[in-house]
Design a protein around this ligand. Sequence first.
Ligand SMILES: CC(C)(COP(=O)(O)OP(=O)(O)OC[C@H]1O[C@@H](n2cnc3c(N)ncnc32)[C@H](O)[C@@H]1OP(=O)(O)O)[C@@H](O)C(=O)NCCC(=O)NCCS
Length: 224
Amino acid sequence: MNVESNALPIRKLDADDMPLLMELEAAAWAGPLRASEATIRRRLALGHTMLGAIDGDALAGTLCFTETSQDPLVRADFPTNFDAFASLPRSEPVHSLYAYNLCVRPSHRGGNTAIRLLKEMEHHGRRLGARWLIGDGRCSAYAGSSGDEDDDDQVRSDPRFRATIDRWNETGIRPPLEKIIRDPLLRLHYRVYDCEFLYVMPDFFPQDAASGGFRVISAKDLKK
Ligand SMILES: CC(C)(COP(=O)(O)OP(=O)(O)OC[C@H]1O[C@@H](n2cnc3c(N)ncnc32)[C@H](O)[C@@H]1OP(=O)(O)O)[C@@H](O)C(=O)NCCC(=O)NCCS
């Protein structure tokens, strides 16, 4: 497939796009992981940017982020859970983009929508002169997706990956890259950005059973 010729347009979304956002949220995320309309409105009011890939009257995918003056390398200041991470108000000077909620509608998976959304955020960060692109990477290979009717993810549990995450969490010693990118989503981040992985965050998103509640924080240094 010539993916570029099929590339869907990407634009910034706003409160007028709420019906599209809610519909995508229900299509792309299993129940416990969905954001409510009130939460999405609050994030927009905090100054977050929501990029949407548009397919006709529907959203094929989104990627959301906040522009922040935070330095992600200061571990003590890093948000300790997803709610805090996705509730940071926009702040200046913009040093980092903290990204969350990368998702693609199941019918549109397997194309290049996720990659194009990530690349669009990179362009945005470079235009602003930001230093870091930060992502809270799900790591569904930890326990595997449930396969429930509600859950379109098809990530298998990987006991070796799980042991890597548990050891990283226990010792604080970052594992070698090849062990981290056994997980498909973390591999996607690495492939798109050539990023590093800063932290393993326990209890970051406890409802995310596939990831054992963990998130792995990815970091792309735009000055490298
Ligand atoms: C993760 C997601 C955005 C990937 O979009 P996609 O269109 O399926 O991506 P692609 O088909 O281009 O595949 C890109 C990579 O993602 C991996 N991937 C596919 N489905 C995945 C899934 N459900 N979870 C994690 N990674 C997945 C693929 O293995 C592929 O990597 P590889 O080629 O190295 O194996 C999409 O599966 C999704 O929306 N999942 C539900 C929401 C989610 O988990 N988002 C991640 C938030 S951190």
